[in-house]
Ligand binder design. Sequence first.
Ligand code: SF4
Ligand code: SF4
Length: 251
Amino acid sequence: MSEPLRPEDKIENGDRRAFLAATAAVAGTAVAPGVLLYGMAQAKPAEEAVSAKVRWGMLIDTSKCSTGCTDCVTACNTENGLAGKTGPQDSQWIRKVEIKNLQTGAKHSLPMPCQHCEHPPCVDVCPTGASFKRADGIVLVDRHICIGCRYCMMACPYKARSLVHEPLTDQNPEVPRGMGCVEACTFCVQRVDRDETPACVEACDAAGHKAMVFGNLNDPESEIAKTVKTYATTEVRADLNLNTGVRYQGI
Ligand code: SF4
Ligand code: SF4
């Protein structure tokens, strides 16, 4: 995975990624002329900076989410190199949560990752600037700047963040993590930047539930934007006015 971009780093990193892409293509042709060995060559141009024209979002239809299914959680763990433990000190980037309507008694099972707030309290309280929001709405942590103070964990109303307590093994090289750093769902930024779907959404589709839709909330032609416009959707703790990127249907 490319290093997470802070807003001020976009041009610089875009240039660096363009350089890496060019290097990869050259290396590929050196091994086998005319054959591109790197998936990167199939993706959109790496030098294309993230833009505020895009607001990435996820819509979760709780009526389609199966209570016993945890395929999204498993896929997230596999994609991002998480151990899959669920203790209070273990990293969980997405959790299955059961909620109950106190008036009707209706129960809903829903996955809860970082909500990628437009106004993220975690970013507001971070004393080092390690927590940041990309122009396209993805909220990330720069592990090189994070000092593990955990202010952001206390500020997040969704308990979406985890501190890495133990030394890490078997990391996904695309998803660098570090002991002593706080982390959370990245919307699978490494995949999104290759025009791929987040792992949890892909797993939900593969299981046949199709409860999760990922896309550009700013594109009126996208499935997510059309659904949000047509059907009643809500944010969890909408009263906080954080304008979350994750929306829910059916609750
Ligand atoms: S859900 Fe929590 S961690 Fe994610 S952006 Fe909002 S405040 Fe930050
Ligand atoms: S978008 Fe990626 S990082 Fe976020 S919960 Fe889904 S699989 Fe995990």
